[in-house]
Design a protein around this ligand. Structure first.
Ligand SMILES: Nc1ccn([C@@H]2O[C@H](COP(=O)(O)OP(=O)(O)OP(=O)(O)O)[C@@H](O)[C@H]2O)c(=O)n1
Ligand SMILES: C[C@](O)(CO)[C@H](O)COP(=O)(O)O
Length: 243
């Protein structure tokens, strides 16, 4: 019998300001289905994932329960909780929902941006392998571009070696006790700079975080041209399913 429990925290609490649409980007359609549908579907179908905590925007819990989840049937969603102002506030609300239930021992947490609809079962399985081995891992891909660090005046000050540069994606996966401890410490700070979850573990606990291979298709839908690219990827998924 499998003892571990794997919970996905799917983040859908953002406003999508950079997309510039009235509707938050996670509710925009790609080939007739909302972005959020694709992200939830991947975890719903996964052999690894047991349940899902969905984090939504302020005041949206009832809307999501009554409208979205009535239309799209997902069996693994255990809770819908309200997020906060920044991404890390929303993650913390999801983690507190897990902590309240004493579900930490031997359990794993997958933190995923709903704005990344092309997460696959292969990636989830690779992450599970790495988190069981290392306790913490973050999905990403080697950078195809050279990365430069600019100084405050906008001049190139450093060019780190490209073969060690990774573009970071989600899910970011942790033993539950590790990520809850890292976030509890981080959330007490006055100034929080973390833009991903691994940073909480690196900065607060100084534990190693394994880089796990994701995919160049696991894009984050952020600005309007990403939606056009997403349509191409979604069409490919539908075509593959038909075969
Ligand atoms: N307060 C927030 C901010 C973001 N997110 C989620 O975190 C993911 C990644 O964030 P990002 O792409 O920055 O989304 P937004 O904050 O919605 O976008 P923007 O920064 O353009 O407003 C998204 O799935 C978003 O819904 C969240 O749950 N709560
Ligand atoms: C966590 C993340 O997806 C890594 O790329 C990303 O940092 C979250 O989105 P944001 O655009 O930084 O808010």
């Amino acid at each position: 019998m499998r003892e571990r429990r794997c919970t996905a925290i799917v983040l859908a609490g953002g406003q999508g300001k950079r997309m510039g649409t009235k509707t938050s980007k996670q509710y925009l359609d790609i080939l007739g289905k909302p972005v959020l549908y694709y992200s939830l579907y991947a975890f719903e179908q996964s052999e690894i994932i047991d349940d899902i905590i969905l984090v939504v925007g302020s005041g949206q819990v009832e809307y999501v329960k009554n409208e979205f989840l009535n239309k799209w049937d997902f069996q693994k969603i255990r809770k819908v909780v309200e997020g906060g102002r920044e991404r890390y506030h929303s993650v913390w609300e999801g983690l507190k929902a897990i902590r309240e239930e004493n579900r930490t021992e031997g359990n794993y947490v997958y933190i995923h941006d709903s704005a990344r609809p092309f997460i696959t079962e292969e990636i989830i399985k690779r992450a599970q392998h790495d988190v069981e081995k290392y306790g913490a891992c973050v999905v990403g891909m080697p950078s195809k571009d050279t990365i430069k660090i600019a100084d405050e005046e906008g001049f190139a000050s450093e060019t780190p070696p490209r073969d060690r540069m990774w573009i970071v994606q989600t899910p970011q996966v942790f033993e539950a006790s590790i990520i809850i401890e890292a976030y509890s410490r981080m959330m007490e700070k006055e100034q929080i700079t973390a833009t991903d979850d691994a940073m909480a573990v690196e900065q607060e606990l100084h534990l190693p975080v394994r880089m796990t291979e994701g995919s160049y298709e696991n894009i984050k839908i952020t600005t309007p041209e990403d939606l056009e690219i997403a349509e191409v990827f979604a069409r490919r998924c539908f075509d593959a399913e038909k075969q």
